[in-house]
Design a protein around this ligand. Structure first.
Ligand SMILES: [Mn+2]
Length: 250
């Protein structure tokens, strides 16, 4: 028999790294306490602080892979969207974790409502330098050349990039780092949706606005630094639509 209430969970920007073991523990607890009871889990990018290729055994992140196994054992479908830090996640990772990689953007339907999912970086159109960088590193040419390098060299390159990126971020105007409202409206109109869920900006919030008299809601997931950020979407068999709550998980 179908459950009367179904719950879909959304998370992003965990930035998991062995350097922050407490957040790995928090993710494990999230999986055990919430994930295993959900009907589906969506990870909307920047799950890892960085990922240099599926040939990395990432033994220091074993607990994370164990958590994916737990979800698989409980038959919870997991969907994974690339962020700007883990776009080198490919089919090897998907096999290892039993998750399904989904494109950015992806439209899903919950109880007759279309919801558009994005990582969110494509909406930050004011950050021209970043958009140029993205175009370069997302090309097959760049990715093939990068993954052909030895694992240790790739890790070194990424470590250096992280250092320059940290100093670049602190120099950039705060407003440039947020989404561009026109880019949001363009995406909403193009995909004909009233609901948008994304991460990336680390500014958890619920924005409600109108486009051509249509009510639109943009839900922004938070990062996992001090605590976790989780969006729960629940729908009831007997009623249309859904309810949602942007929660702190700690
Ligand atoms: Mn991001």
């Amino acid at each position: 028999m179908d459950k009367a209430v179904s719950e879909t969970l959304f998370i992003s920007d965990l930035h998991l790294t062995a350097e922050r073991p407490a957040i790995i523990e928090l993710f494990k607890r999230f999986v055990n306490e919430r994930g295993v009871h959900a009907d589906a889990l969506y990870i909307l990018g920047d799950f890892f602080e960085y990922w240099v290729g599926d040939d990395d055994p990432a033994e220091e992140l074993k607990a994370v892979f164990d958590a994916f196994n737990t979800l698989h054992e409980q038959q919870v479908p997991v969907y994974f969207m690339h962020g700007n830090r883990d776009f080198l996640i490919k089919t090897g990772f998907a096999k290892r974790t039993h998750c399904q990689i989904i494109p950015d953007p992806t439209s899903i339907c919950i109880n007759q409502q279309n919801i558009m999912l994005m990582h969110g970086d494509s909406l930050c159109t004011d950050d021209i330098k970043y958009q140029e960088f993205k175009l370069q590193v997302r090309s097959d040419e760049w990715q093939n050349a990068f993954t052909a390098k030895p694992l240790s060299e790739r890790k070194m390159i990424v470590e250096n990039l992280r250092k320059t990126s940290q100093s670049a971020t602190s120099e950039k105007n705060e407003a440039i780092m947020d989404v561009n409202q026109q880019a949001v409206e363009k995406a909403v109109l193009k995909h004909n949706t009233r609901w948008l869920i994304h991460g990336h900006t680390h500014r958890p919030n619920i924005h409600q606005f109108k486009i051509d008299n249509m009510d639109v809601t943009r839900i922004v997931l938070g990062d996992w630094y001090e605590y976790g950020s989780v969006l729960s979407v629940t729908s009831h068999q007997q009623t249309d639509g859904f309810e949602f709550e942007l929660e702190i998980f700690q």
